[in-house]
Design a protein around this ligand. Structure first.
Ligand SMILES: Nc1ncnc2c1ncn2[C@@H]1O[C@H](COP(=O)(O)OP(=O)(O)O)[C@@H](O)[C@H]1O
Ligand SMILES: Cc1ncc(COP(=O)(O)O)c(N)n1
Ligand SMILES: [Mg+2]
Length: 726
C-alpha cells in the first residue's frame, strides 16, 4: 500500500487545551490529516497506552496512527485492540531495527534526521527498516525546546535531494509554507501547533490540504457501474472529475447494457476481480478522493467496504444509487441493508429523494420531509448528507447539505432547468464533489461550486443530441464555451488553466463572507425585512439606486464592448438594457409624487456612497480589462440575488414575504427567477474569465470584486446613516 504522508499531525496535549488530544485528532482527521503521531514526552506508559486506544477509536481506520518514541506502549496498545500502525523515533531513541522486528514488515516506522551524519546512518540500515524521515526543524518553534538550528525551506530542499527516503517536513511549519515545502520535494508536512491550537482543526486541516494541493491535480477514483452510452456511471464520473480539475480513475463494479432510454442488462464480474482492480490502483497510486456509485449487490458492497478499510482514502463521496433515472434497478433489494452499513465509511452521502426514503426508513413526500429525513440519517450514521431535490414536482430543484454532527444545514435553491437531459446528473454531481473536496474546498463551497457547474452542464445537454431518451449533460460545456470562437483562446490553453471557474467563484464568495454578514446586520436591511422601514429613507435609497443603475448600465455596456465571445457580448448588453429598464421602472412606480417623494429626494444628487461606488466602477471600466470589469460588476448581481432569495425564503422573518409588505413589489424583483438566472450567467462569465487569466489578473479581479462588495455594503448602509431632510 502506498502511504500518504501529505498531512501529518503531531499531537501536543498542552496546545490541544480543554478540547483534549482525542477530540482534536477526530476533527483534524475529518479535515484530511493522513497520519497522526501521538507525542507526549511526560506521560507514563500506561497513560500513553490509554491515549493510543482512544485515538485509534476516533480515527476509526481513516488515518494512520503512530506513537512518538514509546515502542512498548505501541505493542501494549496493539495487544488491547488499538490500531497502532507504527512508531516515530528520534536518533537517540530505541533502535529502529528493534522497532521493525517487533512491529513487523507492515508497520510505519519513521526516524528524525537533519544532518549529513544522520543520512550516513540511514544509508547503513538494511533496506526496509525505516519508511520515512522526519526532517526539521524548518523554522524555530516552541513545541520542541531543544531543537537544532532551523533548516529553512532551502536547507530542507538540499536534504531531500540527498535522502534515499521520503521526507516529511517538521518543526514550525505554517500554512504559508505548504506549497514551498511541497515544491522542495516534501512527501508531506507535519504540523503541531497550527493544528492543535486551531479553533477549528477540521477547517484548518482542509486549509493545509488546499495549500498542499494548490497547483497540483487531485487523484480521484470512481468505483461505479459502467454506462456504455457515456452519460452515467464511470464514464460520467471520469468526465466530471476532469471537468472539475482532477485526474480521474475508474474501477467498474458492474457492466450495464444501457442507453438513454433504459437499462437492458447488468453483468457483475466476480468480486475477486473487483478486489484485484482496487488493489492494483491503491498499491501504486496515492488516492485523494473516492466516489462510489452503483454497487449492484451485497458481495460488491462487502468487497468495497473491505478495500476502504485497507486503503483509507481521505474523502469518500457515496452516491447510494438504487434506481436509474429510467426506473431500472441498479442494486439488488436484499443489498439495501449492506449499503446502509457502508454509509458510515463515507465523508458525504448524496441520496435522491427515493434513496433517502429507503435509507432513512421514513416517508419523503415533500421537501420539508426530505430535510427531516436527512437530519435523521446524518444523526444515525454520523456523516454529512446532501439530499437532492431533482425529483421534486414543481419549479424548484433545491439541494440541502446537512451535517447533524456539527448542527449544520445549508440549503441551495435553484430554479428547475427545463430539459430532458438529466441522465447521470447524480453520478456527475457526486464525482464533481469528490474532486472539489479533494482540492480542499469547504463542504459548503464544494456543493456551491459543483451545483453551479452542474447547472451549466444541464443547460447544454440537449445540444449534444445524444440518444432519444433522457440524454446526458454536457460535462465540458463551460470549458468549450470559453474556448469559443472570437476569443482566440485555444482549447489547449483553457485546459491548461490551473484553476476551475467554479472554484474561483466559491473562493470569491468566501472572501466576502464578512461583508455579507455585515450587510445582513444592517439596520436598513433589518428594517426593510420587518416592515419597520420608514418611507423616506426607503425612497431616498431608491433615488440613489436609480442614479446608480444609469451609470452601472454604462459600465455593463463597456463589458459588452470588450467581451471575447458573442454570447458574452450579448449577455452584458442585455444586462445593460435591464439596468436602464430598472431605472425607468423606479421612476415610474416609486419615485413619484404619489408615493410621497419629497422634492429633496426627487432631485437627489448622488450621495457619497453612490459616488464612491460609481467612481470605483468607472475607474475599472476605464483602466481595467474585460476580466476586471466583469469581476467589478458582479457583486451587484450576486449580493442582490442572494439577499432577495433569502428575504423571500423568510430568513429575515416571515413578514418580508408577505404580499401586504409595503415594499412587496420591490422585494419581488430581486427574487425574480430571471434575475437569478442572469446572476448565474454573470458568475459563470466572470469566473470563466478568471480561470483563463494569468495569476496576476486573477488577483486583481478578486480585489475589485471585493472592493465592489464593500461599496455594496456602504450603499446599503447609507440611507439609515444619513436621511435627507424630507
Ligand atoms: N431539471 C433540473 N434542473 C436543475 N437541477 C437539476 C435538475 N434535475 C436534477 N437537478 C440537480 O441534479 C442533481 C441530481 O439530483 P437528482 O436528480 O435528485 O438525483 P439523481 O440523479 O441521483 O436521481 C441535484 O443537484 C439536483 O438538484
Ligand atoms: C451505471 C450507472 N450508474 C448510475 C446510474 C444512475 O444515474 P443517475 O445519475 O441519473 O441517477 C446509471 N443510470 N447507470
Ligand atoms: Mg442517482
Amino acid at each position: 500500500m502506498t502511504v500518504d504522508l501529505s498531512l501529518y499531525l503531531v499531537t501536543d496535549p498542552e496546545l490541544c487545551g480543554d478540547r483534549g488530544v482525542v477530540e482534536t485528532v477526530r476533527q483534524a482527521v475529518e479535515g484530511g490529516v493522513r497520519v497522526v503521531q501521538v507525542r507526549d514526552k511526560t506521560a507514563t506508559e500506561a497513560e500513553i497506552v490509554e491515549q493510543l486506544i482512544a485515538v485509534s477509536q476516533v480515527i476509526d481506520g481513516r488515518a494512520l496512527l503512530v506513537v512518538n518514541d514509546r515502542l512498548d506502549a505501541a505493542v501494549a496498545a496493539r495487544e488491547r485492540g488499538a490500531r497502532v500502525h507504527g512508531v516515530h523515533l528520534g536518533q537517540g531513541d530505541a533502535s529502529v531495527r528493534r522497532a521493525r522486528e517487533v512491529l513487523g514488515p507492515d508497520a510505519l516506522i519513521g526516524l528524525t534526521a537533519n544532518s549529513a551524519a544522520h543520512l550516513e546512518a540511514v544509508l547503513a540500515l538494511p533496506v526496509g527498516t525505516v519508511d520515512y524521515l522526519g526532517v526539521g526543524v524548518i523554522r524555530p518553534t516552541a513545541t520542541k525546546p531543544d531543537h537544532p538550528a532551523p533548516l529553512g525551506v532551502d536547507g530542507f530542499r538540499d536534504f531531500v535531494a540527498r535522502s534515499p527516503l521520503p521526507c516529511v517536513a517538521i518543526g514550525g511549519v505554517g500554512l504559508d509554507d505548504a506549497e514551498a515545502l511541497r515544491d522542495a520535494g516534501a512527501a508531506g508536512i507535519a504540523v503541531v501547533s497550527a493544528l492543535c491550537a486551531a479553533e477549528d482543526p477540521a477547517a484548518t486541516a482542509r486549509a493545509f490540504r488546499r495549500r498542499w494541493l494548490a497547483g497540483s491535480v487531485p487523484r480521484v477514483l470512481s468505483i461505479a457501474g459502467s454506462d456504455p452510452s457515456g452519460g452515467a456511471g464511470i464514464q460520467a464520473d471520469i468526465k466530471s472529475i476532469a471537468a472539475n480539475g482532477g485526474y480521474g480513475m475508474a474501477v467498474p463494479t458492474a457492466l450495464t447494457a444501457q442507453n438513454t432510454q433504459g437499462v437492458r442488462g447488468v453483468h457483475v464480474p466476480p468480486a475477486e476481480f473487483l478486489r484485484a482492480q482496487l488493489d492494483a490502483v491503491s498499491d501504486d497510486i496515492v488516492i485523494d478522493a473516492v466516489k462510489i456509485g452503483m454497487l449492484a449487490d451485497a458481495e460488491v458492497i462487502r468487497t468495497v467496504a473491505a478495500w476502504l478499510d485497507r486503503a483509507r482514502p481521505p474523502i469518500v463521496v457515496l452516491d447510494p444509487v438504487m434506481v436509474a433515472t429510467s426506473g431500472d434497478r441498479l442494486l439488488e433489494p436484499d443489498a439495501e441493508r449492506e449499503l446502509r452499513d457502508l454509509l458510515r465509511r463515507a465523508t458525504l452521502v448524496t441520496p435522491n429523494l427515493a434513496e433517502l426514503a429507503v435509507l432513512s426508513g421514513r416517508d419523503v413526500g415533500d421537501w420539508s420531509e426530505a430535510i427531516a429525513a436527512a437530519e435523521d440519517l446524518s444523526t444515525d450514521v454520523g456523516v454529512a448528507v446532501l439530499v437532492k431535490g431533482g425529483h421534486l414536482a414543481g419549479n424548484d430543484a433545491p439541494d440541502a447539505l446537512i451535517d447533524a454532527r456539527h448542527g449544520r444545514r445549508q440549503e441551495y435553491s435553484g430554479t428547475r432547468i427545463v430539459t430532458s437531459s438529466t441522465h447521470g446528473t447524480g453520478c456527475s454531481l457526486s464525482s464533481a464533489l469528490a474532486t472539489l473536496l479533494a482540492r480542499g474546498l469547504e463542504p459548503e463551497q464544494a456543493v456551491r461550486a459543483a451545483r453551479s457547474w452542474l447547472r451549466e452542464s444541464l443547460r447544454a445537454g440537449e445540444a449534444l443530441r445524444v440518444g432519444r431518451g433522457h440524454g446526458p449533460i454536457n460535462h465540458f460545456s463551460g470549458l468549450w464555451a470559453r474556448a469559443d470562437t472570437t476569443s482566440g483562446v485555444a482549447a489547449s490553453e483553457v485546459a491548461a488553466s490551473e484553476v476551475a471557474a467554479s472554484e474561483v467563484a466559491a473562493e470569491w464568495w468566501e472572501r466576502i463572507a464578512d461583508i455579507r454578514a455585515q450587510i445582513d446586520e444592517l439596520p436598513f436591511i433589518r428594517a426593510l425585512a420587518d416592515g419597520s422601514l420608514e418611507r423616506e429613507p426607503f425612497l431616498a435609497y431608491l433615488a440613489q439606486d436609480a442614479l446608480y443603475l444609469r451609470e452601472y448600465a454604462r459600465v455593463l455596456s463597456e463589458a459588452a464592448r470588450r467581451a471575447p465571445t458573442s454570447a458574452e457580448q450579448a449577455f452584458w448588453a442585455h444586462s445593460a438594457h435591464g439596468s436602464i429598464v430598472g431605472e425607468l421602472e423606479l421612476h415610474a412606480s416609486w419615485l413619484t409624487p404619489q408615493q410621497g417623494v419629497s422634492a429633496a429626494t426627487f432631485a437627489a444628487e448622488p450621495s457619497a456612497a453612490t459616488t464612491a461606488y460609481l467612481d470605483h466602477l468607472r475607474s475599472v471600466a476605464f483602466g481595467g480589462d474585460y476580466a476586471e470589469i466583469v469581476a467589478a460588476v458582479l457583486p451587484c448581481f450576486w449580493l442582490y440575488t442572494d439577499l432577495g432569495r433569502r428575504l423571500h425564503a423568510g430568513e429575515f422573518g416571515e413578514y418580508a414575504r408577505d404580499p401586504q409588505h409595503p415594499f412587496a413589489s420591490w422585494l419581488a424583483t430581486y427574487a425574480d427567477p430571471a434575475f437569478e438566472e442572469a446572476t448565474e450567467t454573470a458568475i459563470l462569465y466572470a469566473s470563466g474569465a478568471a480561470a483563463r487569466a494569468d495569476a496576476a489578473t486573477r488577483a486583481r479581479m478578486s480585489r475589485v470584486f471585493e472592493v465592489s462588495s464593500a461599496h455594496e455594503l456602504a450603499f446599503f448602509a447609507a440611507p439609515m446613516e444619513f436621511s435627507p431632510a424630507g
